[in-house]
Design a protein around this ligand. Structure first.
Ligand code: HEM
Length: 441
């Protein structure tokens, strides 16, 4: 358009990407072409084009985008970032670890670790002192991912991992919006810090693998499946690098997102006392003070709706991207090959044409009768199509069990004087944290 600044919208995009994309879609429609520095990207916000890109025409899209390039600098070629036959082999290998029966076996660990946290939170009731519950959730979900997937408690590392990951995400974001990517080999202070942070994460992965070698005995978890898998053609085991990439991917993808969802749920419940009361009533009616089990899950319908609504308003994966392999038409607009397409749960989940009063927290939107009225991709916190989140059901079960365990025993209230905001990096986290006080429900 006329009057467009030379570098497109880079500055606005950097300042506040959530508002930036929301405004673009409100002003220009559900499929918009946006100039970012030297390139054009196409952002899609309507469920039909989202479905087209992720599912119906998924074969025409890959992950050779700048967003995934910066994630690859951290995760290498694991399940999230790899492509083609290689990805498919790894996905088939990992899939059995996420089958329904396997997940049911994780419920106990999810609840036991949540009970540990509930005990710690209860002991803070008497002090009345505020604390950062986002930090507690990092610790909790890291323990759960480590124990269920790799048979190792990495809880002691949660602070180091959280700090490394926080910085790495900021760095990745900087790189993503650099007009010309600066070669990583240059010994800049930010590059050296990133290398140190990667080394921290590598150390955790090495610990996980070494402990397995020391443990001996039989194991049936994801780690064992990855370690024992052999290539159908060559009969070879996975290389150390490949194993590292898969373990790190699952550990990070498996805990950061869920911790973020829990932190936002606490925020929303504290701001919506009516919903919180209904949640507490359901828990006391269905559980009567005991810890939940996997059999209780179908009964905890309101708790589940709270989770769904929280993932709508604060989708941890608020943006992700694809590149068009061949020319395509998306929502009536031409998408030339090579175009980067942005999928934006944040924008779609708050789209006024899809959601009544979209900013309001209303778990009953997810009652079955209302769900039937909405197109499939109006809500897609886990993506969709062949590259849909492998941990989708794992995460939903974990979120419900953690909330059911905690909310029966403590009520968390936002502490005044501790402002925070959504920090949109690779994931959407409340920064600098969620400071709360604990009370009896
Ligand atoms: C992929 C979101 C929890 C592991 C994805 C994708 C999204 C997502 C949107 C698709 C990305 C794309 O299409 O480019 C979330 C959210 C979670 C969550 C919001 C929690 C609330 C988990 C958990 C695990 C996990 C618990 C593992 C235990 C993965 C993996 C992939 C993935 C390995 C790549 C799958 C593939 O391409 O084959 N996740 N995720 N995620 N997620 Fe999750």
């Amino acid at each position: 358009p006329r009057g467009e600044p030379l570098l497109g919208c880079v500055r606005e995009l950097r300042r506040n990407p959530l508002d930036f994309f929301t405004k673009q879609v409100r002003e220009y429609g559900d499929v918009v072409r946006i100039r970012v520095g030297p390139v054009y990207v196409t952002a899609v916000a309507h469920p039909d084009p989202v479905r087209h890109v992720l599912q119906d025409n998924a074969r025409n899209y890959n992950k050779q985008t700048r967003g995934f390039a910066v994630i690859r600098e951290l995760l290498g070629q694991g399940l999230l970032t790899s492509e083609g036959d290689f990805w498919l082999r790894q996905r088939r290998l990992a899939q059995p670890a996420f089958h329904r029966q396997r997940l049911a076996g994780f419920a106990r660990t999810m609840v036991d670790t949540s009970v540990d946290l509930a005990n710690a939170l209860e002991s803070r009731i008497a002090t009345g002192q505020p604390f950062d519950v986002a930090e507690d959730f990092n610790h909790l979900t890291l323990r759960i991912a480590g124990l269920t997937l790799f048979g190792t408690d990495v809880g002691d590392e949660s602070r180091a991992i959280g700090e490394a990951l926080g910085r790495a995400q900021t760095f990745a974001n900087e790189r993503l919006t650099q007009l010309i990517p600066i070669p990583r080999a240059l010994p800049l202070p930010s590059h050296r810090q990133f290398n140190r942070d990667v080394a921290t994460l590598d150390r955790v992965v090495r610990t996980i693998i070494e402990r397995r070698h020391q443990q001996g005995g039989e194991h049936h978890d994801l780690l064992q499946m990855l370690m024992e898998a052999r290539d159908e053609d060559t009969g070879e085991r996975m290389s150390d690098t490949q194993l590292r990439d898969e373990v790190l991917t699952l550990l990070l993808a498996g805990h950061e997102t869920t911790a973020s969802a829990l932190a936002w749920t606490v925020v929303l419940l504290s701001r919506n006392p009516d919903a919180r009361r209904r949640l507490e009533e359901e828990l006391s009616r269905e559980l009567g003070g005991r810890a939940p089990t996997v059999e209780d899950l179908p009964k905890l319908a309101y708790t589940r709706r709270v989770v769904d609504e929280s993932l709508r308003l604060y989708p941890p994966a608020w943006i992700f991207s694809r590149a068009a392999i061949q020319d395509d038409v998306v929502g009536g607009f031409r998408v030339p090959r090579g175009t980067f397409v942005l999928l934006l749960p944040w924008v779609t989940h708050r789209h006024p044409k899809l959601w009544n009063n979209p900013e309001a927290f209303d778990p009953d939107r997810f009652l079955p009768e209302h769900e039937r009225e909405r197109p499939r991709f109006a809500w897609f916190p886990f993506g969709g199509g062949p590259r849909q989140c492998i941990g989708n059901q794992f995460a939903l079960m974990e979120l419900v069990l953690v909330l059911a365990t905690l909310c029966q025993r403590v009520r968390l209230e936002l502490a005044p004087g501790h402002p925070f905001a959504p920090a949109p990096a690779i994931t959407l986290r409340p920064r600098p944290g969620v400071w709360v006080t604990a009370a009896r429900p």
